[in-house]
Design a protein around this ligand. Structure first.
Ligand SMILES: Nc1ncnc2c1ncn2[C@@H]1O[C@H](COP(=O)(O)OP(=O)(O)OP(=O)(O)O)[C@@H](O)[C@H]1O
Ligand SMILES: [Mg+2]
Length: 337
């Protein structure tokens, strides 16, 4: 393996606006790597620099250990896969569609037939986009090309990537495998941008032992695994994914490593495979998701207006920074209120 493409302390400014801010990033040989982040976070700017269409103000770009920062595009063995429907901007739509089949070594006639067939679709719509993704994935598996993919669609990024870098405002907030990013978000922005989460505002009461204790405004104390250094008194967000919360009618027996809080069901939506509950706990409205792992026609399932208990393990809560108010517009927030 080893690194194929390396961005080293890369910064790109437009006037006094910093589009890419001191980004260091390694893309390994053979992997599918996605840059994921909201509109304007700097994804295309990074990609353009990798392809040689733009240059950093500072920092270096290395390809296989060689400094290519100032190498013109035509001398770089790099093709870019852009997030827009036109995958390769220098190719026509037809050539873009033909790219996959060609690379797979199909005959000219086969490529033409397949291209025509795909173009019969009304436009490069969602289905085609998904098809192209599947196609890219298949090519990737077959020929072991390294893919650097750019998207603001987390579902796309999660499903096709070996690793993802989550970007926000020109900065990489976290890099990791999709499951790492989802299960152990390192910032509130990442927790909210990838999937759904509940945020509780609180203040650290005690930290240092195996668990941190955190006082949640208007709710009481909760315990959280110590995976990040926090100091007593620190103002934090506790992030808690809906599917990690168990909803019960009876008060659960919880040990020192779990939490149980009382609440009242305000909304219930049944989805077949799972049910979503919105539960009022003090001043908080928490979303909990219950998977129906077994046959279930359960009259005892909690219903609208019921008094319930919510419980979750200390492992499943995260102490994170409180995200900036400006970031809120960029986030996919839990569907509530
Ligand atoms: N040539 C330029 N001149 C001035 N500002 C620019 C230029 N190119 C990009 N920017 C700005 O830099 C920021 C990052 O742009 P970029 O295109 O990299 O974002 P992006 O993450 O690709 O967004 P999107 O998801 O909308 O494509 C944006 O605020 C954009 O307006
Ligand atoms: Mg872009």
């Amino acid at each position: 393996m080893g690194t194929l493409l390396r961005f080293e302390n890369v910064t790109r400014r437009f006037g006094d606006f910093t589009a890419v801010d001191d980004v260091t990033l390694d893309v390994e040989k053979g992997e599918t790597f996605s840059l994921l982040g909201p509109s304007g976070c700097g994804k295309t700017t990074l990609l353009r620099m990798a392809a040689g269409f733009d240059r950093p103000d500072s920092g270096r770009i290395l390809l296989d250990g060689r400094d290519i920062t100032h190498l013109p595009p035509d001398q770089r063995p790099v093709n870019t896969v852009f997030q827009s429907y036109a995958l390769f901007p220098h190719l026509s739509v037809r050539d873009n569609i033909a790219f996959g089949p060609k690379l797979k070594g199909w005959s000219a006639a086969e490529v033409k037939r397949e291209t025509e067939r795909m173009l019969e679709l009304a436009a490069l719509d969602l289905k085609l986009r998904q098809r192209l993704l599947v196609e890219l994935d298949a090519i990737h598996d077959e020929v072991g090309i390294t893919f650097l993919y750019v998207t603001h669609d987390q579902g796309e990024a999660m499903s096709i990537s070996d690793r993802i870098a989550v970007m926000n405002r020109g900065v990489i907030e976290q890099t990791g495998k999709p499951a790492e990013i989802y299960e152990t978000p390192r910032s509130s922005f990442v927790a909210a941008f990838i999937g759904d989460t509940n945020f509780l505002d609180g203040r650290v009461v005690e930290s240092g032992g195996r668990f941190s204790r955190c006082a949640i405004d208007g709710l009481g104390e909760v315990v959280i695994d110590n995976d990040r250094a926090v100091a007593a008194g620190e103002v934090v967000h506790v992030s808690l994914r809906p599917e990690k919360i168990v909803v019960m009618r009876e008060k659960p027996e919880v040990g020192a490593d779990a939490n149980a809080v009382r609440g009242k069901v305000e909304d219930v939506i049944y989805f077949g495979s799972h049910t979503r509950y919105w539960v009022r706990c003090g001043e908080w409205r928490l979303c909990a998701e219950m998977q129906h792992r077994r046959f279930q026609l359960d009259e005892k399932a909690p219903a609208w207006g019921d008094e319930v208990w919510l419980s979750w393990h200390a492992n499943d809560g995260f102490l994170l920074d409180r995200y900036r108010v400006e970031d809120e517009a960029l986030l996919t927030l839990p569907d509530e209120d």
